[in-house]
Ligand binder design. Structure first.
Ligand SMILES: NC(=O)C1=CN([C@@H]2O[C@H](COP(=O)(O)OP(=O)(O)OC[C@H]3O[C@@H](n4cnc5c(N)ncnc54)[C@H](O)[C@@H]3O)[C@@H](O)[C@H]2O)C=CC1
Ligand SMILES: O=C(CO)COP(=O)(O)O
Ligand SMILES: [Zn+2]
Length: 349
């Protein structure tokens, strides 16, 4: 008897292009959302587009968040209970969007994602990523009803935010390898459609790396399309597996232990060089990952990340404990092997 079922949640409207932030109210109308918005944002994005967005609504409430924590989600929920909005707008980088997504899910309201940086593939996904103690949760949440990605705003954002988004996409290669391995070894549920979409997204981005250059709106367009596509892969999978493997565990651990963590995308990019090496050794494709990262100006070494070598090795040897997600790291690497991997790949000079 056939007993399988799946429920794929996707955004209804994805609006990408020049000046589209001024059409946020139109997008909201198209979704038949009623009432006023609660804008969930952080200080810089608020100063950049806050007025442009709020002026489109007769009345709006705002809550400013800084970190992706459960306390921040709680604050947004309290603000929603106090202001009774009809829907939430997440405006900013990955953290503000994740918090808005999870709070909206909790209070049962629709949510629209307005990224101000092309820095991560949570723009569209049905997941929130939150650290807590020794672990890092990948929380299921309804994906945004709509995405409003203004390429003018995204192109003016600091270039390193865009290169971080590219690196988050390039890391899909190793995430998918880990997922396939976990399926073969541990019977972890796997979707070949989601895996293929995730890999193809990385491939298209790498093929178009030449057109990804600072200040170009065309670059923001290319990268945003890839981020949307990667988020859709996560929605098809019903998990962040197609876009998050051992390289993400490594980055999540750096967020916990590094004196000054780098951007999420930059850390997962370097993690991807390391885990690509582990998947294939000397004959592996880690050099392709490194070269792809270099071609879009993303860091490829501990020094470029600003992470001390000892901290990087500690993250590599302990990150398998972060969550119950089987990857190439298995039940952990020895310190010697971690140093060797980092040196052979040039991540530690
Ligand atoms: N839920 C999901 O599926 C995913 C979640 N993530 C999460 O997203 C977070 C990483 O996102 P990021 O955007 O890298 O970090 P972030 O949200 O901390 O943003 C980085 C900084 O850039 C600022 N910023 C945003 N737009 C700007 C602009 N236009 N100009 C100047 N500054 C601007 C932000 O205010 C912040 O200070 C992590 O917590 C990661 O775990 C990442 C990928 C997928
Ligand atoms: O960053 C992600 C995909 O790029 C997803 O994050 P998690 O590792 O928390 O699931
Ligand atoms: Zn990521």
């Amino acid at each position: 008897m056939f007993t399988k079922s799946t429920w794929i949640r996707l955004p209804r409207n994805v609006v990408v292009g020049h000046g589209v932030v001024d059409r946020t109210a139109e997008v909201v109308d198209d979704l038949h959302l009623q009432g006023r918005p609660l804008v969930v944002t952080s200080p810089t994005p608020r100063s950049l587009v806050g007025d442009a967005i709020e002026s489109q609504f007769t009345d709006s409430a705002v809550v400013v968040v800084e970190e992706a924590t459960f306390e921040s989600v709680e604050r947004v929920i309290e603000r929603a209970e106090a202001t009774q909005p009809g829907f939430l707008l997440g405006v900013g980088g990955g953290k503000a969007i994740d918090i808005a997504k999870m709070a909206a899910d909790h209070v049962g309201l629709g949510f629209v994602s307005v990224p101000t940086a092309a820095s991560h593939d949570g723009i569209v996904s049905g997941r929130g990523s939150v650290p807590e103690g020794d672990t890092r949760h990948s929380v299921a949440a309804d994906p945004p009803l709509a995405v409003v990605a203004d390429t003018e705003v995204l192109a003016e954002a600091p270039w390193e935010l865009t290169t971080a988004g590219c690196a988050d996409i390039i890391s899909n290669y190793t995430a998918v390898m880990d997922w396939r391995l976990a399926n073969r070894l541990k019977d972890v549920p796997h979707s070949e459609y989601a895996a293929a979409l995730s890999e193809m997204t990385a491939e298209i981005l790498v093929d178009n790396a030449d057109s990804v250059r600072p200040g170009l709106e065309e670059s923001a367009w290319v990268v945003t399309k890839a981020l949307v596509s990667s988020g859709v892969a996560m929605s098809i999978a019903g998990s962040s597996r197609p876009a998050s493997g051992a390289e993400h565990l490594f980055s999540h651990q750096l967020d916990r232990i590094a004196p000054e963590p780098a951007l999420h995308g930059h850390q997962v990019g370097v993690g991807s060089i390391l885990t690509a090496y582990l998947h294939g050794g000397d004959r592996g494709f880690w050099t392709d990952i490194r070269d792809a990262l270099r071609s879009i100006d993303a860091p490829t070494t501990a020094g470029e990340l600003g992470i001390p070598p000892e901290t990087l090795v500690e993250a590599l040897t302990t990150c398998h404990e972060i969550r119950d997600r089987y990857t190439i790291l298995g039940d952990g690497m020895s310190e010697e092997a971690a140093w060797e991997t980092a040196r052979k790949t040039g991540v530690i000079e």
